[in-house]
Design a protein around this ligand. Structure first.
Ligand code: HEM
Length: 181
């Protein structure tokens, strides 16, 4: 279904919830890696970071289910085909990274012998056996894919702002309905 003029409420709520969680979790990650190893403060930030990562993963699944059921609005009629293709590619890559970044963190934690728990309420099963060398490799992988996600978010945000302030075509209002005239 590509004929709606806006995203549905669950799609909008989950889009901005994920954006908020990601905006919070990057500074948390940058701060925690510079803390004293295994200090109580560092372990608390690790737990918060992991809880946010698991939340992003669950929300990514819920967003894709909602998208499959409810569809997405069609692009403005005068959008060049190449721009539509690039937009689809960036959205696909964003969704892929919403899985890849938390999953790489899950593999890293399991390899390091750490629990992946959500608010302490439930714990995900270990995805691999503990292995120091894999843990070390996954630290690099997790950081790299997270930085790729950050770069794509910057590109995506710039495109949304260009739609709003330069093209003035109402695309941002599809994700922020209060902007609608
Ligand atoms: C963590 C940050 C963000 C992520 C991971 C993200 C991800 C996504 C994804 C995957 C879609 C496609 C939704 C779908 O078709 O199912 C989307 C749509 C959209 N996003 Fe974001 N987004 C983020 C931040 C932002 C920000 C900061 C803005 C605005 C300044 C924004 C504006 C939009 C708009 C306007 C759409 C709809 C585009 C259209 O209708 O073609 N997003 N976003």
């Amino acid at each position: 279904m590509r004929d709606a003029t806006s995203y549905n409420i669950p799609a909008i709520v989950m889009h901005w919830l994920v954006a908020l969680l990601i905006a919070a979790t990057f500074p948390i990650a940058w701060i925690m890696v510079d803390m004293q190893d295994d200090s109580p403060e560092q372990l608390s930030l690790f737990s918060l970071h992991i809880t946010i990562g698991v939340s992003v993963l669950m929300l990514a699944i819920a967003r894709l289910v909602n998208r499959a059921l409810r569809g997405v609005p069609a692009a403005p009629a005068d959008t060049p085909a190449i721009v539509n293709k690039l937009t689809s590619l960036v959205h696909f890559a964003l969704y892929a990274l919403l899985f890849i970044v938390p999953m790489s963190g899950w593999v890293m934690s399991s390899a390091g012998g750490h629990d992946v728990s959500w608010l302490g309420l439930f714990t995900l099963p270990s995805i691999v056996v503990a292995d120091d060398s894999l843990h070390h490799t996954m630290e690099g992988v997790h950081e790299t894919v997270a930085n790729v996600l950050l770069g794509l978010i910057a590109l995506h945000t710039a495109a949304a702002l260009k739609h709003h302030f330069i093209q003035r075509d109402g695309v941002l209002a599809r994700m922020l309905p209060f902007l609608r005239k």
